[in-house]
Design a protein around this ligand. Structure first.
Ligand code: GLN
Length: 488
């Protein structure tokens, strides 16, 4: 059987048009690849029947010369996007057996464009984590391996299943969500592209909520061009989401080919955080040279409050999470554990349904919102958020984009992950500022660590600057010429 999983999106579209192969053949090939890479635990639910039926519908449209823009393109869906009548659990025991009665806007737009759902991908429980180890379905394994080294590595999180699936060619592209880095960090760890759009560009309708003022859906893909196309299709105003942006969607795909010449790139020295690997610093330098070679100019910029972004995030995100997760009370969704009284039923359900990390966040969130501490923590974090947003706005008066690393370290092996929660939270130090300020940011695979693990470079843009972020990302991609290392 031909392996169609190595073909790019463009190759697939051309092949369909020329009738070289059918969507059913391609989807069958992907289903076989999912089977072959099952040990990665990237999927928590495979939906072959849905996939094959969709492939046949795509084939019929292609036959009639009525092809849609994503006809026959195999997509994996992070398990926090509600899919109608298909189990959606956010990888929590709390949502065991939950089948939504409606479809998320982002996934609906993909299906309306002809995309084919292969299944639902593993993730950190309720999107809280940086390793995919907090999932109720067990960890995901990064497909990347090192020669002569038996260790296996984490894929990052929380969209670890989506990133691993794309990196392992068990999906052509996947949806993710990014509250503090959950698209960009796993993309960097797995050697693929991941983009968090401007807050509000993609609808949050039908996404299981973590921290609503930060959550944003976005693409995990093999290339920047694929990310542009997926964003083109999934973006747009949605009256069902009150925070959805009501403005026309730019032509991301068309604008990708605009020249880079004259692009002003800012290098924030505050992103030179403690613990930033020497290989990452060197790659950052290289990235700067690549952009200059293509006509950009680079200047140093200063974002002095960067160091407060992480602490502010770990006040704001848990605060919102504690409120959003109050709905899981054993009455309306998924799990219910009976008790002698109503209160006991609530307590039993929540004690049994939530994992340790989720419980920790709910406790932190409840604490920072409590009457005695609200001003000291929550209100202060809100103020920090405003200062950080203003600082970015000031910098973007002089530069078009910011170039930084995506993560302070490459992926780590199982058993070698940071053991205490605070060191684990340090993973997000370079990604959270963009969430705090609602800005678009992309991670592009750009090189390898000294050991040989993928590293990502991050481009952050001003609000609504998704197009320029993609364009600069493409320039990095072109120059980096990243080759996926050995792996499954
Ligand atoms: N790692 C971060 C956290 O645990 C980011 C999560 C996310 O972006 N969903 O909160």
């Amino acid at each position: 059987m031909t392996d169609f999983t190595t073909l790019s999106l463009t190759d697939l579209k051309n092949g369909y048009e020329k009738k070289d192969f059918t969507c059913r053949e391609v989807v069958t090939s992907y289903l076989a690849r999912m089977e072959a890479t099952k040990a990665l635990n990237a999927y928590v639910l495979e939906t072959p029947d849905i996939a094959l039926a969709a492939a046949d519908r795509s084939d019929a449209r292609i036959q009639k010369q009525e092809a849609l823009s994503l006809d026959g393109i195999p997509v994996a869906v992070k398990d926090l996007f509600c899919t109608k009548d298909v189990p959606t659990t956010a990888c929590s025991k709390m949502l065991e057996g939950y089948k939504p009665k409606y479809e998320s806007t982002v996934t609906q737009k993909l299906w309306d464009a002809g995309a084919v759902m292969l299944g639902k991908t593993n993730m950190d429980e309720f999107a809280m984590g940086s390793t995919n180890m907090t999932s109720a379905f067990g960890p995901v394994i990064n497909p990347v391996t090192l020669p002569g080294d038996a260790r296996r590595f984490v894929p990052g999180g929380s969209s670890g299943g989506s990133a691993a699936a794309v990196a392992a060619r068990a999906a052509l592209m996947a949806t993710g969500s990014d509250t503090g880095g959950s698209i960009r960090q796993p993309a960097a760890f797995c050697g693929i592209v991941g983009m968090k759009p401007t807050y509000g560009l993609c609808s949050r309708y039908g996404m299981v909520a973590f921290a609503s003022s930060l959550d944003q859906a976005g693409p995990l893909t093999r290339t920047v061009a694929d990310a542009a196309l997926m964003l083109q299709i999934t973006a747009g105003h949605d009256p069902k989401d009150a925070t959805s942006l009501n403005r026309p969607v730019p032509d991301f795909v068309g604008e990708l080919s605009a020249p880079l010449k004259g692009l002003r790139v800012g290098i924030p020295h505050e992103y030179q955080v403690e613990g930033l690997g020497a290989d990452i610093v060197a790659l950052w330098e290289k990235g700067r040279a690549w952009l200059v070679e293509q006509g950009a100019t680079c200047v140093e910029v200063s974002l002095p409050h960067t160091k407060y972004a992480l602490p502010a995030y770990y006040v704001l995100a848990p605060a919102e999470a504690s409120s959003n997760l109050a709905r899981y009370d054993g009455v309306r969704y998924g799990l219910r554990v009976e008790g002698a009284t109503l209160d006991e039923m609530y307590e039993n359900t929540r004690a049994e349904g939530f994992g340790d990390e989720v419980t920790r966040r709910v406790l932190m969130g409840t604490y920072v919102l409590s009457a005695g501490f609200y001003d000291a923590y929550y209100r202060k974090a809100q103020r920090v958020r405003r200062v950080i947003s203003d600082e970015f706005r000031g910098v973007f008066e002089n530069v078009d984009v910011i170039l930084a690393p995506t993560t302070p370290t490459p992926s780590f092996a199982f058993g070698e992950e940071p053991k205490d929660p605070i060191s684990m939270y340090m993973n997000d130090v370079l990604t959270v500022p963009a969430n705090i300020a609602g800005l678009p940011a992309i991670s592009v695979p750009a090189g390898l660590s000294k050991e040989g693990l993928p590293l990502g470079l991050q481009i952050i843009g001003p609000a609504f600057g998704d197009s320029v972020v993609l364009r600069a990302g493409l320039a990095v991609e072109r120059a980096a010429n990243f080759v996926f290392p050995q792996g499954e």
